[in-house]
Design a binder for this molecule. Structure first.
Ligand SMILES: [Zn+2]
Length: 456
């Protein structure tokens, strides 16, 4: 035995039930040099370690990987910034994010460098960054990919101040992405349908919450998905449909994939949990797009069935917070978006512990699959050589989500008052216990930039 392997491990997490995307087992996890170095049956005698965490009775999950978050930093930091947003993340077991901000888009390598310099020492979790495809900046895609962005964000409709890509330009961008082996996340809503609906609703003097689902209709989403999937198939570009909002959308994406389009779907907890009609009473607090689509218990059951059947490649928050006062004005003027980093892990764990899905499926959708999709090396799995990023969950805990738990600058959550089972009680990042029982254990943020595959 070499000296290196007989010296004590840096960390041991003992006595827990390790859950990966493909199963669970009673295993002790040993960490050396920020990586998982050994996995031993819990019955085996313990190996020496400098620090030991007793995980008896706990679930040991890989740190969650949330690849669609908006932390507004730099940008609109009155809504969120990296220290606040990543505090919310790390306290709920999320250890890697991929971030992009519409009000401060990364459209050139120089902008990426500027953002990276700004974020130094501001993140409690590891982070990749996505770039925006801007119509007059499509010549920058190759250079941005080689500079290390994780993916390109594309809009098919002008939204949040980001201009739409028309189908002809979309085809050119997809062809370029296929050439450079890049990948993209596409917000799919048809620009003509949403613009016409908006004009009609405004002309009618409508100001009620129902304008949101009428403006951002199911047809607008499915027409855009049809265009995007058609062009993905003809160009070979690897495309992810952002926030697919209904079982019908998920089935559409699966059908296009069977026809040969290299396309997968992402969804978010709001499409599994929130009802379409909540916007009638809650107005701005339910203004996000695509909007909630669930109308009945059977819709909800169908959406979970689609999630469990693998029609969802991965799940993310689409964390896009605004404070309650920012959500209080005219329904037309308040920003789109929901806070999500504080609540996504609890909502998913609860769904698994109450039988709507399995823990393995949660790990697959919110850790393993997104890490694989965006080639975040070593992330999203518990295996020898993987990053020592872990979420410790107490499955026996039962508690009520409330606005008071929210560490995002939003200060509120759509799940206020919801009773849930299971609780994140510890987070390990790069072999260090960085959070415990809802408190940060580190003074300075430890998160590091994770470069995209084009930079390697
Ligand atoms: Zn988004």
């Amino acid at each position: 035995m070499s000296t290196a392997s007989s010296s004590p491990f840096d960390l041991a997490v003992r006595g827990g039930t390790v859950v990966s995307s493909h199963g669970r087992a009673s295993l002790d996890v040993y960490v050396r040099d920020e990586r998982i170095a050994a996995l031993c049956p819990a019955a085996a005698p313990g190996l020496p370690a400098r620090q030991v965490v007793d995980a008896t009775g706990l679930l040991v999950l890989p740190g969650m990987v949330d690849t669609h978050v908006h932390l507004m930093d730099p940008g609109d930091t009155g809504r969120e910034d990296f220290p606040s947003g990543t505090t919310a993340a790390v306290l709920q077991g999320v250890t890697t994010i991929v971030e992009h901000t519409h009000s401060w888009p990364v459209t050139t390598p120089a902008r990426l460098a500027e953002k990276l310099a700004h974020l130094e020492g501001r993140s409690h979790v590891d982070y990749g960054l996505a770039a925006h495809v801007w119509p007059e900046r499509v010549g920058e895609l190759d250079a941005l990919w080689r500079a290390g962005v994780s993916f390109f964000k594309i809009f098919t409709c002008t939204t949040h101040g980001v201009p739409a890509l028309r189908p002809d330009l979309l085809a050119a961008v997809f062809a370029e992405l296929a050439r450079i082996d890049g990948t993209c996340l596409v917000h799919c809503e048809d620009d003509d349908i949403t613009a016409a609906a908006e004009a009609r609703l405004r002309a009618a003097g409508r100001r009620d919450g129902w304008i949101v689902p009428e403006w951002r209709s199911r047809d607008a989403e499915s027409v855009a998905v049809a265009v995007v999937a058609t062009l993905a198939r003809s160009t070979g570009a690897r495309v992810t449909v952002a926030h697919a909002s209904s079982p019908d959308m998920l089935e559409d994406v699966a059908r296009y994939a069977r026809l040969g389009a290299p396309i997968v779907a992402e969804t978010c907890p709001q499409y599994l949990t929130l009802r379409e009609d909540e916007v009638a009473t809650l107005a701005g607090l339910r203004k996000f797009t695509p909007p909630a689509r669930l109308r009945s218990d059977s819709d909800e059951t169908r959406m979970w069935a689609a999630f469990n059947a693998g029609l969802v490649n991965h799940l993310s928050t689409d964390h896009a917070p605004s404070r309650m006062d920012q959500k209080a004005g005219s329904i037309w003027e308040v920003p789109f978006g929901l806070p999500g980093l504080d609540t996504t892990t609890p909502i998913l764990i609860d769904a698994a512990l109450t039988g709507r899905t399995s823990l393995e499926r949660v790990v697959a959708a919110y850790a393993t699959a997104p890490a694989r999709r965006y080639r975040l090396a070593g992330k999203g799995d518990i295996a020898i050589g993987a990053a020592a990023d872990l979420a410790l969950v107490d499955p026996a805990a039962s508690w009520t989500i409330g606005h008071g738990l929210v560490r995002s600058k939003a200060g509120w959550t759509p799940y206020d008052g919801r009773r849930v089972r299971g609780r994140v009680v510890g987070t390990v990042l790069a072999g260090e216990v960085v959070a415990r029982d809802g408190a940060l254990l580190v003074d300075a943020p430890r998160g590091r930039f994770v470069a995209g595959p084009g930079a390697r």
